[in-house]
Ligand binder design. Structure first.
Ligand code: MN
Ligand code: MN
Length: 479
């Protein structure tokens, strides 16, 4: 053999062996067929609609209940024993979609997916309304981890619920359609900002400066103390029958105004508020809907948690016994088990803790470790552990379970990537996984990578959305 031919053979062998042995991450747009691209874009259109009607956890639960009712899911309180598709609602802020195929062996456990439906935002304070310099403002207290400076000088909407002493609940949504007013938090003009500019980013806007501008016309056009506040309260009283004390029993959330949008010349991204974690909630809901007709033996649950952004506390968060209540409510509905069944069922369940991850951003590359951080457009993230300072506070999934999950993904040609949140000792984070794991079930984190996470306008790749949805379907199908 000539030397060059020998050399070529050697390179070919190396190439083949590389192909066989290396784990190559794949750009999920690469080699896409037109039909699949169409599917991806239509899923994204559906997703944007879902986001537009789901700007708070209450709105999200209402949206999911409405979608599921159209697919013959029945609220467990109205369901018969023969009903196989259930919707469970907890205080209108958390819930679950359930598909039951087997009522005789609940102790074997469920296939569960769970996402959270609360997102970082500004909540109105209990005593919010005041006047300053002949303008009216409302005070807020931020919810979840935000960069406060991102929330100034942009149109804001007000969504939420006021509950009167009578028990009557009033839903409010201001600032979404073009003819509705919006609200705004002011910032200092650059001309006078020399002192402000010396501050660090965490206090360039202080928490107590996150006050929304809500009006300036005094009652009966007569400028005197609190006349503007009075005029605004009169307006709200006429419209909703509320008085100032009613703000105490309200959940009013200031969120970015406007709809989810396509981003980029090629429309490859979705830009929207609240994608952490409604992207996983949407994909989980849709996956459950779409596997319903194919799965005939297993029992499936999709859980929607509240309060994740403030540590999963409260009776609608994953740190409460909500998962126990859900499984118990199901077992009791069919009358097929006792406390022992419940404990066994929880321990034998398999859980996909679905939350977003951070995609590598070329502008801030140094916070990621390129081999093990998520790449945007490279598919859904499989995250074995989260936590900070040496995985502290994390549920680390067992290797056996991760093997089963990855096998399911590969079987369905899901494009996925192993991903950790930032490089070692850069920071980190956690989600709901550990709260489920304490019941003994296997849990692993899995979700979509975002850019600008926790900002008023988060970015997700449409192809990652698609593979998140496919991954959740694969989980239900093959685990
Ligand atoms: Mn999240
Ligand atoms: Mn978050």
């Amino acid at each position: 053999m000539a030397t060059s031919a020998k050399k070529r053979k050697k390179t070919d062998a190396a190439k083949q062996l590389t192909e066989k042995l290396f784990f190559k991450k794949k750009n999920a747009w690469d080699g896409l067929k037109a039909k699949e691209q169409k599917e991806i874009f239509s899923l994204a259109d559906e997703y944007k609609k879902f986001l537009n009607s789901s700007k708070t956890e209450r709105e999200t639960i209402a949206t999911i209940e409405q979608y599921s009712a159209g697919l013959e899911f029945v609220n467990i309180n109205q369901a018969k024993k023969s009903t196989k598709k259930l919707f469970l609602n907890y205080d209108s802020v958390a819930g679950a979609l359930v598909i039951i195929n087997d009522t005789n062996s609940f102790e074997k456990g469920f296939l569960m997916n769970g996402a959270h439906i609360d997102s970082p935002r500004l909540d109105l304070k209990q005593f919010p309304l005041y006047e300053a310099e002949d303008m009216a403002y409302m005070k807020t207290h931020y919810y979840g981890g935000i960069k406060k400076y991102q929330w100034v000088t942009r149109p804001l909407a007000l969504h939420g619920t006021i509950v009167l002493e009578s028990g009557k609940s009033i839903a409010i949504a201001y600032g979404e359609s073009a003819d509705e007013p919006v609200f705004m938090i002011n910032d200092l003009l650059p001309h006078l900002a020399q002192n402000q500019n010396k501050k660090t980013a965490t206090n360039v806007i202080e928490g107590e400066q996150l006050n929304i501008l809500v009006g300036s016309i005094p009652y009966k056009f007569k400028s005197e103390k609190d006349a503007i506040k009075l005029a605004i309260l009169e307006k709200l009283n006429k419209q909703y029958g509320i008085t100032e004390q009613d703000f105490v029993s309200a959940e009013l959330q200031v969120v970015p105004a406007g709809e989810a949008r396509d981003v980029g010349f090629d429309r490859s991204f979705v830009g929207a508020y609240g994608q952490d974690d409604r992207i996983c909630a949407f994909c989980g809901m849709k996956a459950l809907f779409d596997v319903a007709k194919d799965i005939k033996q297993k029992n499936l649950i999709m859980v929607f948690f509240d309060k994740e952004e403030i540590g999963s506390m409260g009776n609608s968060g994953a740190h409460s016994n909500l998962i126990e209540r859900i499984v118990n409510d199901i077992i009791q509905h069919y009358g097929k088990g006792d406390y022992n069944t419940l404990l066994q069922s929880l321990a034998n369940s398999k859980f996909l803790s679905s939350d977003v991850n951070a995609g590598i951003d070329p502008e801030w590359k140094d916070v990621s470790e390129p081999m093990n951080s998520a790449k945007i457009g490279f598919g859904v993230c499989l995250t074995k552990f989260t936590g900070t300072r040496g995985k502290s506070g994390s549920n680390e999934a067992h290797a056996e379970y991760v093997a089963d999950v990855r096998k399911a993904f590969n079987k369905e040609k899901v494009i996925w990537q192993p991903a950790e949140l930032g490089k070692v000792d850069q920071g980190g984070g956690g989600t709901i996984a550990l709260h489920l794991a304490r019941y003994g079930m296997d849990v692993v984190d899995c979700g979509t990578a975002l850019l600008s996470m926790h900002s008023p306008f988060e970015i997700a790749s449409k192809v990652d959305l698609y593979h998140t949805y496919k991954a959740y379907k694969a989980f239900y199908k093959h685990l």
